[in-house]
Design a protein around this ligand. Structure first.
Ligand code: AN0
Ligand code: CP
Length: 315
């Protein structure tokens, strides 16, 4: 694998899941592979899980790790090509990315969408500047439109915990007070449409995702109906795709509760985290027996390790 920016970079998702589970069984089997290799993790936005799990995965593979919170610790970055830099920005991403590529063998980048200009976000303007100029293999730590390391960890979790060959997986929109990206649901949908699962998406009208990511999914606006017989419920908020980045008021009753679980097949509840308690997900779910969110977050290490191993092998 030459880069990891979406499911389209993966030739066989089932093989990648198996590899991840082998790392989980035997974390240090490939310590030699990363010797004298360095990964640089570059964050333009906050992170807990992605930051720590990717570091852990790299260390398990014997790599050196460098982390740069470029939004806080780097020079103010200019992202526009052709800009006359007589304002507040100090360094252009063209130089910043190229220089980082001189110091590391693999680069990871987190770059959230601005949620103002849909075309700009969906063209992955910022992330693709790093791809274009860094000159080394790149792994997405969540870009404007996708979060593939999360989706891989989610698929690993479903594979581990499923009790039937083809489980029903429901992506269920949740309320939030802030406009959040569509990256996590886009990416989850893209992976689930390729996985051997029955995949249903449920959201209030107005929260339709871009159909490029949901092709093959069943979309139902009645949450109770969608949840019937579910084996896994993947809870996530996202802002509207049209009108772009907006929060439509009035859907607070979409928060998952134990009562809503009654129509499911004792569904396991997933969330990528961070989660706002009693807004997106109730205490009773998060602290109850159906929640697998901590297990899911633990699997971020094995997802990252499987991906980094394949990238190291192609250096
Ligand atoms: C981010 C999002 O929804 O994309 C990161 C999730 C991993 N979440 C928030 O900003 C709360
Ligand atoms: N799920 C996830 O990516 O979490 P962080 O934003 O904390 O990395």
């Amino acid at each position: 694998m030459k880069q990891f920016t979406s499911v389209h970079d993966v030739t066989d998702i089932n093989a990648l899941v198996s590899e991840a589970l082998q790392h989980k069984e035997n974390p240090y089997a490939h310590q030699h592979l990363g010797k004298n290799k360095t990964i640089g993790l570059v964050f333009l936005n906050p992170s807990l899980r992605t930051r720590m799990s990717t570091q852990k995965a790299a260390l398990n593979l014997g790599m050196n790790v460098m982390v740069l919170n470029i939004d806080k610790e780097g020079w103010a970055l200019e992202l526009q090509d052709g800009a006359v830099m007589n304002g507040t920005t100090v360094e252009h991403v063209r130089e910043a990315a190229a220089v980082l590529g001189q110091y590391v063998d693999i680069i990871g980048v987190r770059s959230f969408p601005g949620l103002q200009d849909r075309e700009e976000d969906y063209s992955e303007q910022v992330f693709n500047k790093f791809v274009e100029h860094c000159g080394v293999p790149i792994v997405s730590l969540e870009s404007a439109t996708r979060h593939p390391l999360q989706s891989l960890a989610d698929l690993i979790t479903i594979e581990e915990l499923k009790t039937k060959a083809r489980p029903k997986v429901v992506l269920s929109w949740a309320p939030h007070i802030k406009p959040l990206p569509q990256a996590v649901p886009n990416s989850f949908a893209e992976w689930m449409c390729k996985a051997d699962v029955e995949f249903v998406i449920t959201h209030p009208e107005g929260y339709e995702l871009n159909t490029n990511y949901t092709l093959g999914a069943t979309i139902i606006h009645n949450q109770d109906k969608a949840l019937q017989g579910a084996d896994f419920i993947y809870v996530k908020n996202w802002s509207a795709y049209e009108p772009y980045g907006k929060v439509i008021k009035g859907f607070d009753d979409w928060m998952l509760t134990n009562e809503k679980l009654q129509v499911t097949d004792n569904a396991k509840v997933m969330h990528c985290l961070p989660v706002r308690r009693n807004l997106e997900l109730s205490d009773e779910i998060l602290d109850g027996p159906n929640s697998v969110v901590i297990h899911e977050a633990g699997n971020r290490v094995w997802a990252a390790q499987a991906v980094l191993k394949q990238l190291l092998e192609s250096l």
